[in-house]
Design a protein around this ligand. Structure first.
Ligand code: MCN
Length: 795
């Protein structure tokens, strides 16, 4: 049979810069976010929150609020606790009770104390403001070191002190399954035998995630049907479904979770928050749809914070620059409670302290401490930026001490390319790597030698110009289920519809990453059909049967691989149908291939059949080929047997104004290796976003509490977000070292930019201020801090 319709040649799309399919609707304001949804009879929630960091709730008087116009009901934490259990967590660590609405005691500013249900959002807010709360103040626990001292006020009665999780060891001399120390003689020996040991205390400060769209939820329990639909600005609707079902005594079959358009999450929307549980539980009580939309002040104080780890870091080396080992004592200030992954995130800091180096020993000890602050959890990079920051800063100090070029010191200690897969001291297995290639590329693109000359000549002129370099590896593409509490697989389905269009579903739930485009690219190539013929559905448990979600830069490596497994099943079946249709040619399915909208014989491409014809036949197969079922719809789960370990090299040049201390980033070069790339344009966009947040951390952002536990940086007036004018044009390039962990050879890239950039920029700032004898500057690089150093104050 000759194809009836000779199609134009379709270019291969994987690996090309296809523009994002998502963008027209986003740019034109046609996307639908939670707050755009209005249901008939919908009521609104507002939370009365604590303005005291630590105290005993004496009374919550709701009388005045109940009488306010439009107020339907008011619930205190005590009342809600009668039908809503403490919130579940997703880690195996011990955790104190964490009520969605506080019972008896408040432990951070912003913790909900009561909730008002009203006819509209403003009446609900007025009602919340009318609630009279009497709290007996307790001393606020702010400093995570003091918090561990005897005599400190204890946040949770069921913990004997403020240590949430203590004595977590990672690395040489550690049992990787129990995190306990077994024998540290090798570590001690390495440090005793070293020519040089450098120690430095460093802080990786607390950050507020600040997605452009805040959190929001609508819960709609329909008593007649006994079903609950929940729309939420979430990164993982399937996990939301599981937890909401559990907390509302419903089966997963009765709960449908929908993530409509989500305006960024950056890790903060992995969590299932108290507001979501309350909306679901109260909707079930009242039989009404309920909506809650976070405002920006609430986002600052009640959405999780990120980072906040204090590190005492030590490095041991020989004079020739051979690094013998690294040690770290880490204290994570996790705030008042444990959320979904809170206690797990800082463990990644110890686990990744091996960096890209072939160290003799690596050892960390971690303590996680409760304080009267907003709980921390995953924020873009989640544990890995902290690790690489500590490591790449101390290596820079070593380079300076030994007077070795920082690039060459790193090169000397790299894990060689022929040693992958490489088992690290903390027990991870790096999948693949070629660190020298990425370093060489970065030095070439940045023109390292010339940059050094420019820096030297600027310094001779009296300008405070500095150069910084860092090299990172990170863990993502999570991962086997043994290492991910929520499950480490991903789900996809692919359906070739009648008429030949393709509908695919994915359990990955993008919220800005552009997976509708990249997944379409893969399917377009696989079936050799135009991109426009493909529709990618996600973010709705009623449509996508199963899923884990989008975090840990896993969508491409795990979700994308699941998608291709499902596609393979469909294309195999399609070829079987096509072979039965191409009777004259006696072709077998294995002889066939997809080409330009047709299925043709690979050795004789002039013989074939239109893709659409096969699609139509599959749904009305007369006669039905023996042993076959009608239809072209298949599903797949993919679970990798390892994480992926992308890596890269960042270089920055910075100038500090002598008069004001203001830093200006002059140059930012990033070479990132995320294996095989599906869409370079999207990958660059991801690196841009990550760099913006990494530079934000290095130079501007910091959550600050005062000694009473009041949030000082509770608005954009005080919390400094970077702006486009703060950045130079980023210079990006990449190397491509495929991973053997998934069939696509792709590693993740969504967080990479946040990981390499912070040490790189601080290295540059320290370099710029060399003549003042400074060894370390804690982030962010605030002008007043730098000015103080210029004035001779101690850093
Ligand atoms: N990609 C690619 N080739 C690769 C790897 C990735 O083309 N080798 C593409 C992917 O198809 C996808 C994007 O790059 O379109 C990012 O893929 P991946 O690295 O798999 O990361 P995820 O899609 O799982 O996204 C999660 C990651 C994380 S953990 C955070 S936090 C983060 C981030 O992505 N939050 C973001 N990027 C964000 N981008 C936006 N706009 N908003 C957020 O909240």
């Amino acid at each position: 049979m000759t194809p009836t319709n000779r199609n134009p040649v379709l270019p291969k799309l994987v690996g090309t810069r296809v523009k994002r399919r998502e963008d027209p609707r986003l740019i034109q304001g046609r996307a639908t976010y939670v707050d755009d949804l209005k249901l008939h009879g919908m009521l609104h929630l507002a939370f009365r929150r604590s303005d005291i960091a630590h105290g005993i709730i004496k009374t919550v008087n709701t009388e005045a609020a109940e009488k306010m116009p439009g107020v339907i009901a008011v619930y205190t934490g005590e009342q809600i606790s009668k039908f809503l259990d403490p919130m579940p967590i997703g880690t195996p660590f011990p955790a104190p009770d964490h009520w969605a609405v506080a019972v008896n005691q408040v432990r951070y500013v912003g913790e909900p104390i009561a909730v008002v249900v009203a006819n509209d959002r403003y009446l609900a807010r007025d009602g919340a403001d009318a609630i009279e709360v009497e709290i007996e103040e307790l001393p606020a626990v702010i400093d995570p070191e003091n918090a561990q001292q005897d005599g400190s006020v204890i946040l949770h009665d069921d913990f004997k002190n403020n240590v949430a999780v203590g004595e977590i060891y990672a690395g040489t001399g550690t049992d990787a399954t129990t995190f306990s120390a077994v024998d540290d003689s090798k570590v001690t020996a390495a440090f005793e035998n070293a020519d040089i040991v450098i120690s430095q205390r460093m802080k990786n400060q607390r950050l507020a995630p600040n997605a452009m769209e805040g959190r929001g939820v609508i819960a709609h329990f329909e008593p007649g049907k006994d079903t609950l639909t929940i729309w939420s600005s979430t990164q993982n609707p399937h996990i939301l479904r599981t937890f909401i079902a559990q907390m509302t005594d419903l089966g997963e079959h009765q709960v449908r979770a929908i993530a409509p358009e989500v305006g960024g999450g950056f890790g903060a929307k992995i969590n299932i928050y108290g507001e979501e549980y309350v909306a679901a539980a109260l909707s079930k009580q009242l039989g009404k749809p309920l909506k809650w939309i976070e405002d920006r002040s609430e986002a600052f104080m009640s959405t999780i914070h990120g980072r906040d780890i204090l590190g005492d870091i030590e490095i041991a080396a020989n004079k020739d620059g051979t690094i013998l080992g690294v040690k770290a004592n880490l204290i994570a200030d996790i705030g008042a409670y444990e959320m979904l992954l809170t206690a797990l995130i800082p463990t990644l800091t110890g686990m990744m302290l091996n960096g890209v180096y072939k160290f003799g020993v690596v050892r960390s000890r971690l303590t996680e401490v409760f304080t009267n602050k907003t709980p921390t959890d995953a924020y873009r990079g989640a544990g890995r930026p902290e690790s690489i920051y500590f490591l790449e800063r101390i290596i820079d100090m070593l380079a300076r001490e030994l007077k070795i070029d920082p690039a060459e010191l790193r090169r000397k200690n790299f894990i060689p390319q022929d040693e992958f897969p490489y088992p690290t001291q903390p027990g991870l297995i790096y999948d693949s790597g070629n660190y020298e290639a990425a370093l060489d590329r970065a030095l070439e693109i940045a023109d390292w030698e010339k940059l050094k000359e420019e820096r030297n000549s600027a310094q001779r002129e009296g300008r405070l110009v500095g150069l910084g370099l860092s090299f990172y590896v990170e863990v993502c593409g999570l991962g086997p289920s043994a290492t991910v509490p929520t499950g480490g697989w991903e789900f996809a389905s692919v359906t070739v519809e009648r008429g030949g269009k393709i509908t695919a579903t994915t359990g990955s739930s993008p919220h800005g990453q552009g997976n509708e485009t990249t997944f379409s690219q893969m399917l377009a190539d696989h079936f050799s059909v135009p991109l426009e013929n493909i529709s990618i559905l996600h973010g709705d448990t009623g449509v996508v049967k199963q899923g884990i979600g989008t975090f840990g830069s896993r969508s491409q490596a795990v979700g994308g691989a699941a998608m291709m497994l499902a596609a393979n099943k469909v294309s195999g079946k399609m070829k079987e149908f096509a072979a039965t249709m191409l009777t004259e040619s006696e072709a077998s399915p294995t002889d066939l291939m997809f080409e330009n909208g047709q299925i043709v014989i690979a050795d004789a491409p002039e013989i074939g059949i239109d893709f659409t014809e096969v699609a139509d036949f599959a749904y009305v197969p007369v006669p039905l080929p023996e042993g076959m079922e009608p239809g072209l719809s298949e599903e797949a789960f993919f679970e990798p047997d390892n994480n992926t370990y992308p890596f890269g090299c960042h270089i920055a040049m910075i100038e500090i104004d002598k008069e004001t201390g203001e830093p200006k980033l002059l140059k930012m070069v990033a070479i990132d290796d995320c294996g095989n790339v599906i869409n370079p344009l999207i990958v660059e966009g991801q690196v841009h976003g990550g760099l913006a947040q990494g530079i934000g951390q290095a130079m501007f952002e910091e959550v600050i509490y005062d000694q009473e536990g009041q949030l000082i940086t509770g608005s954009f007036m005080d919390y400094v977000m970077p702006r486009a004018t703060d950045f130079p044009q980023f210079e990006l390039d990449r190397t491509e070292t495929p991973t053997p962990v998934n069939p696509l050879g792709a590693k993740g890239v969504g967080e990479a930019g946040t990981i390499g950039s912070t040490p790189c920029i601080v290295n540059a700032a320290v370099d710029a201020l060399q003549k003042f004898g400074v060894r370390h500057i804690d982030m962010p690089l605030k002008p007043e801090k730098l000015w103080g150093i210029i004035q001779g104050e101690e850093s």
